[in-house]
Every structure is written in C-alpha cells, then in structure tokens.
Design a protein around this ligand. Structure first.
Ligand SMILES: Cc1cc2nc3c(=O)[nH]c(=O)nc-3n(C[C@H](O)[C@H](O)[C@H](O)COP(=O)(O)OP(=O)(O)OC[C@H]3O[C@@H](n4cnc5c(N)ncnc54)[C@H](O)[C@@H]3O)c2cc1C
Length: 548
C-alpha cells in the first residue's frame, strides 16, 4: 500500500517542521514562561535503527490465510506507525525507546468483502483486529493491550478512500471510511459541495476515524460535529454487516447509528458513511476582535452564539493564548502591531497584556455575511471589544494545519506540550475555566516543575461551548512523564468535578477511560461495557478501549 503515513516519531509529513528563526517574539516568551531557550540547538529526530521492535507474533496459518484474502503490509515500520497514535505519551515513549506491544500484521482490505474476511479469519484463528484510519488520535485508541498474547492485526482502510456518490437532491454523499480529509473535500469541492468538517488534524485523519472518535471540526458551530453530519453507516461486525439508512428522522428504538458513533473500533469496522453535505459558500472571511478581558469575551461569545447571527465559528483565546499567538507572527509586531498597542493603551485605556483575541468566521452569500458581521459587531461592542480586521483571521486560516508541528519542535527541546479539552454549559464556563487553571497550577506545584497553560473557547453551541486547554511542562529529565501525568490528571479531574465532559472531541481510548464513570455515571459506563461484551464476548475488536 503506498499511501504516505505520518512520520513515526511525530506529527505530519517528514518534510515539514516548525521553525522559529523568523518569529522574534517567541524565544523571549518561552524563556519567560518555561525557562527554555529555543536558540540552543535541539536534539535531532530519533532514528528508527535505534529502536528494538518486539518480534511479531505471526502464526503461519493465519498469515497465509490473510495474504490470500487481502493485501498484507511487509515493511517493519508499518507495525510502528499502525500501533501508535499521536498522544504526547506515545511520542515521548517512542523517543525514549519504550515501544510496548505492536500489531503483528497490517492488512489493507480493498472492500467490504475483504474486511469481512479479515474479521472471519481473525475470529477463526483467535486474533485481535484494530481498525486504523489515519493514526492521528491522541487518546491511546490504537494501542494493543500490553499483555495481549493473541496475534494483533491492524486493519488499515487506506484502500477504501473514495467518494462513491453525491445525491444533490437530498444533500447527501456516500463516502468510504478510509478517505482522508483532503481526499474527500477535494472531490466534494470539485462538484460544488463541502462536508464542512475541518479538525486541526484534517490532513491526516479519516472519515471512519472521525466517526469512531466523535470528532469535531473547527466549524462545528454551524456545520455541527461529525455526529450531526453522519446520516447513515455501514459497519462490518463479527455478527455480519450492520446497515443504517439516511432518514430525516426515525423512531425505531435506541439509535444504532449513535452506538457506532464514538465506538473506537470496538463494535466493528466502519466501511462507509452517508454524510450530509452543503453547497460551497460563496464568500468566506475570518475577522479578528479584541476584548478587554476573558470574562468580557466569554459574554460576547455567548451573545453571538445565542443571537440571530450564524457565523461559521466563534473562537476566543485567553490573554495567555493571545500573547502566544501574537508571538508566532513572522517578523514581529510590525507597524500595525505597534499602532494597535498605542491605540489600546492611550485611546481605549486598556492593558494590552489582558487583551483576549476573538476570531469569528463568516460564510455564506455576500448579503448574509454582511448581516452577520453587523449583528456580531453589536455583541462585541456591548462588551467593550473592537474589531481589528481580517489580518489575524487570514493568518489563522492559512496556518491552522501547521500548528500541530509546534509540539514536535518543543519535544525536541525537552518540553512536553499537550492539550485537554472539555465542554460545558455557558453558565459553567467561567467557573470551570478558573477551576482548571487552579488545578493545573496545583498539579505543577506538586511536581515542582516549570510549566504554563493557556486556553481558548471554540465549538460553540446555543447551550455551551468547548474550553480547550494547551499546557506545557518541563520534565526533570528526558522521557520522564511523571510531571505530565500529574498535571494531565489534575486537569481531567477538574473537568469532571466542574461539570464538564472528560473530552469534548478527543475520545476516550485508554488515556481517558478511568474518568468515564464520572462522566456518564457508573450505570452509563456499565451500559457501554455490556454492549461491547454482548456483541464481542472474546474481545476480537480493539480490546481495552473506552472501558477497560
Ligand atoms: C495535532 C492534532 C490535532 C487534532 N485536532 C483534532 C480536532 O480538531 N478535532 C478532533 O475531533 N480531533 C482532533 N484530533 C484527534 C484525531 O485527529 C481524531 O480523533 C480523529 O478523528 C482520528 O481519526 P483517524 O482517522 O486518525 O483515526 P485513528 O487514529 O486511526 O483511529 C482512532 C480510533 O478510531 C478507530 N477507527 C478508525 N477508523 C475506523 C473505522 N473505519 N471503523 C471503526 N473504527 C475505526 C480506531 O480503531 C481507533 O480506535 C487531533 C489530533 C492531533 C494529533
């Protein structure tokens, strides 16, 4: 199979990396926040030859039966790229040479029949199957259990990546589950349509992965998250082919489609989905706004979301994240930045260090965009905010898929950076924000390490929104995850204690599984567990995820 996979030791393409030479404000900021000097030459990327991959467990009858049934991977690094996602823990472990259990075989079925045959053979030979999309999850969703003694098969859907049909009358498209974001959007765009699902991982994640993790894209405010976009699925399960149909509504018991959403490969292999699509918007613009404080920005975001405007997205960074974003400007603040600084200090009499950057994306006809801009301006001004034009928004739109490369840049300089996100009703968001910040600082103090945290609000909904925390800690030594563990646990615990969800869109996997009963109640977690056990009593499919 010749689809390019991501680099095994980090995010994205081998030939792409984050550089700081042209961003003069970044070095002083990181020196101040983390005590790390990014001008000191970093460690180079790790070498594959330094790793000791565990011997694969490939019983001959199974291997030859799979080879006869479908395409079998034959390059050793495939086991590594298919056995790990992109969580910080996995990347740190890999760099430290802690490989753990890997898949023994990688298969690339070309259609539903081959997929069913792989599942049948796995069941017959007592093996395990883990569906693989793009490998971009950050929740440990692809890791075989460390003590798994059965052969483990990674089932990669890369050959099932086509848009099969577009129903323009209904606004529906049938798309194979292995399609990566750009593969499906390019096809839909050429026909004048869009799915409108743009997670930050868009370039390296698949439709099947989005469904299996209940993903949410940056424009979920108007397009909805993947759960709202998927109208029907086809899933190869150990008990046969599961098919749901695209219907405007149905009243036929608990939703089978909902059971598949977020199932992380435990119920079957999603082979294709029928998704709701929309005509490409005629106009798109992202505008920036500055607010005097986080509280003012939060009130404005709630008012915008609950008002009559229908922006594609509403985003708000706290003061720390605003400063960080501004430090990524190439060439520094420039003349416009200095004028803005002077305007804020002298005319508006506000402290530039407290300013919070808001971004609002507008999409639609020129007249609907004009109308929405006016409505949003009223909400912004009511909270003492003001517009700063399209510059910041254009940079965000252009660079949004590059941001993930910063984590590898920091990791090579000894910094563990990660994200944790939650969602809660509007009334809970201000308190929850404070509680998470306190939890982070308490965790950091307990570990005695240096670190920093920042937050933005995104994925708005009339009843609430997502708070997305990005944090960085400096471990005592390379490869040591103890500081990260303390801080990450403190943040996750604060989410559930504070009325938020343990994960707004990054799924459960193994990373978040221990908080599931606190999120959905013990009875709720028991229901999920019973579903998995009843449909797959031997743990054929991705065992140990969501509920241990
Ligand atoms: C830098 C970065 C940015 C990210 N940004 C976002 C974001 O903005 N929004 C967001 O929602 N997520 C984001 N994520 C998380 C990740 O991209 C999502 O969880 C994504 O949905 C995973 O898709 P994938 O195709 O890579 O799935 P994989 O990582 O390959 O698999 C994830 C899980 O889904 C299962 N699975 C995959 N395909 C199938 C299938 N066809 N049938 C059954 N099960 C399947 C796997 O077994 C596994 O349990 C980000 C991750 C990173 C590293």
């Amino acid at each position: 199979m010749n689809r390019e996979t991501m680099k095994w030791w980090g995010w994205g393409r081998e030939d792409t990396a984050f550089h700081h030479d042209d961003k003069p404000a970044l070095r002083p900021l990181l020196l101040d926040r983390l005590g790390v000097d990014i001008d000191i030459p970093a460690a180079g990327p790790p070498h594959l030859d330094d790793l000791h991959l565990p011997q694969p467990h490939r019983p001959e009858p199974l291997t030859s039966a799979l080879a006869a049934a479908t395409e079998l991977g034959d390059v050793p690094v495939e086991r590594l790229t298919h056995g790990t996602g992109k969580s910080l823990r996995e990347l740190v472990d890999l760099r430290a040479g802690r490989i753990g259990r890997l898949p023994d075989l990688v298969v690339y079925p070309g259609d539903e029949d081959e997929t069913a045959e792989v599942l049948r053979l796995a069941a017959e030979h007592g093996a395990v199957v883990i569906p693989f999309g793009g490998g971009s999850n950050i929740s440990g969703s692809l890791r075989p259990p460390g003590d798994e003694t059965r052969p483990v098969i990674s089932l990669d859907l890369a050959r099932m990546n086509r848009v099969e049909s577009i129903d323009t009358e209904s606004g529906l498209a049938v798309i194979q589950a292995g399609a990566l974001g750009p593969e499906l959007e390019d096809h839909l765009n050429a026909a004048g349509w869009t799915l409108g699902h743009f997670p930050d991982s868009f370039q390296h994640s698949t439709l099947g992965g989005w469904i299996a993790t209940r993903s949410s894209g940056m424009q979920s405010d108007t397009y909805g998250d993947i759960a709202a976009m998927v109208a029907a699925v086809r899933v190869v399960t150990p008990r046969g082919l599961l098919v749901t149909r695209p219907l405007p509504g149905t009243s036929t018991g608990p939703s089978v489609l909902e059971m598949i959403l977020g199932s992380e490969g435990r119920l079957g292999v999603i082979t294709r989905a029928t998704v709701r699509i929309r005509p490409l918007p005629k106009r798109r613009v992202v505008l920036g706004y500055l607010y005097p404080s986080w509280a003012a920005g939060l009130r404005a975001a709630a008012a915008i979301t609950r008002g009559e405007a229908r922006p594609a997205f509403v985003r708000l960074a706290d003061a720390e994240e605003t400063t960080f974003s501004l430090s990524l400007r190439t060439g520094g603040p420039g003349r416009t930045g200095k004028l803005l600084d002077a305007y804020v200090r002298t005319i508006r009499r506000q402290d530039p260090r407290q300013l919070c950057l808001g971004l609002v994306g507008y999409e639609g006809s020129p007249s609907s965009v004009r109308r929405d801009r006016k409505l949003v301006a009223t909400s912004v001004q009511a909270e003492g905010g003001f517009a700063i034009g399209a510059g910041a928004g254009a940079v965000y739109d252009r660079k949004k898929f590059d941001t993930p490369y910063i984590r590898d840049f920091l990791l090579s300089r000894g910094v563990h950076a990660d994200v944790s996100e939650t969602g809660a009703p509007w009334s809970r968001l201000p308190g929850l924000y404070d509680e998470v910040m306190t939890a982070f600082r308490t965790g950091l103090a307990e570990s005695g390490a240096r670190g920093s945290v920042m937050c933005h609000l995104s994925h708005t909904d009339p009843i609430g929104a997502c708070l997305y925390f990005t944090f960085a800690v400096v471990p005592a030594e390379d490869g040591d995850l103890s500081t990260y563990d303390i801080v990450k646990s403190s943040v996750q615990q604060a989410f559930v204690d504070g009325g938020g969800t343990l994960s707004h869109h990054h799924a459960v996997g193994t990373e978040h599984a221990r908080w599931l009963p606190e999120d959905v109640s013990t009875a709720g977690a028991g229901l999920i567990s019973a579903l998995f056990t009843a449909t797959d009593p031997v743990g054929l499919l991705n065992p140990g995820k969501i509920v241990p």
